[in-house]
Design a protein around this ligand. Structure first.
Ligand code: LMR
Length: 334
């Protein structure tokens, strides 16, 4: 009887050890936007390719819409290893101590995705990602969203229209200075709280790429928007370094390949997703969309240009100059 019990016990232990050996490695990927956005779709694409390439050995669980963590919490959770992967916007790395990422927040520094990709997909981008390593974070890729438009309940046709307006911003000192330069009152707020803050009048307005505005239904609580394209909003896909380095090398190589493919995919759909979202806003009839003339857009550029001088030290003059060199932007000629 005793021998039989021992045998059953050993068999059960062997079975659960086998089950454990075969259990997939779970990678929790948390983000704050809707599933139907460039980042939402990029992360789902990554999850699908990981399942295929690793033949189920790794499983990516995507948590959209701040369902797992909000902006500030997600960074802390990543460093603690409570979540494995994130794709925060580049405007959210300052509080982590990597201020250089705020270079992407300099107004009008990129005219379009082509100029931007010279940085994000080139050596400057790689050197920025490397700055995350001492923080226990490995940077895997840059993913696009798009260029931002202002929104409010009153028309914004000139920079002066932003004077005195309480505007929600992300946690970037460069963005803060940008709004102060325009005479507005910036308020840092988690993305998950913006809709309600707009609805209840805690803030008057904000800025977003169209995909974020539309999928959060902010157009339902903003009567006006202006296509200013004043800032770029994109992401760094990041992973807890200890977790990443501890993965079996073969599996890590498969994940790297999946990330490479997901990056191509996410960056390919970003423009179209934003165009479709703008169309959605237009069709809703809830928000008046203003397209500034060339001269009006130039007035925004000129009004915001001083930010470049004022904030150069925050990101480092050399980094800023190296980007100007690639994109041809000259803040003194706006
Ligand atoms: C925001 O907070 O406005 C954005 O960073 C949200 C996002 O992740 O696109």
């Amino acid at each position: 009887m005793k021998i039989r019990t021992l045998f059953v016990g050993l068999a059960a232990a062997a079975f659960s050890a086998l089950a454990l050996a075969q259990a997939p490695i779970v990678i929790k990927f948390s983000h704050v936007v809707a599933a139907d956005t460039p980042k939402g779709k990029g992360s789902e694409f990554f999850a699908k390719r990981v399942a295929e390439l690793t033949k189920g050995k790794a499983k990516v669980e995507v948590y959209a819409n701040s369902s797992l963590y909000k902006d500030k919490e997600e960074m802390e959770a990543l460093q603690l290893g409570a979540v494995h992967m994130l794709a925060p916007s580049l405007s959210k790395f300052g509080p982590l101590g990597v201020k250089e990422f705020e270079v992407f927040d300099f107004p009008y520094i990129f005219d379009d995705y082509t100029e931007l990709h010279k940085i994000t997909q080139g050596p400057i981008g790689a050197s920025l990602l490397a700055k995350l390593e001492p923080k226990g974070i490995k940077g895997l890729a840059f993913w696009d969203n798009g260029f931002k438009s202002f929104s409010a309940n009153t028309p914004i046709k000139t920079p002066a229209d932003l004077k005195g307006k309480r505007m929600r911003i992300q946690s970037s000192k460069v963005l803060e200075e940008e709004y102060r330069t325009l005479g507005a009152l910036p308020q840092v707020m988690a993305f998950s709280e913006v809709y309600q803050a707009l609805q209840t009048g805690v803030v008057d307005g904000t800025d977003n790429p169209h995909s974020n505005l539309y999928t959060q239904k902010m157009h339902e609580v903003q009567k006006h928007m202006t296509i200013t394209d004043h800032n770029y909003l994109g992401y760094a896909v990041i992973v807890n370094k200890k977790f990443w380095d501890g993965l079996p090398p073969e599996l890590r190589a498969q994940l790297e390949l999946a990330m490479k493919e997901a990056t191509v995919y996410a960056n390919k759909i970003a423009l179209e997703e934003n165009e479709q979202a703008l169309e959605g806003v237009r069709k809703s009839g809830k928000t008046a969309i203003y397209v500034p003339t060339k001269e009006e857009k130039q007035a925004f550029k000129k009004a915001m240009a001083p930010v470049h001088l004022k904030m150069a030290d925050r990101v480092g003059k050399d980094l800023l100059q190296s980007i100007y060199k690639e994109t041809g932007f000259d803040p003194t000629k706006q």
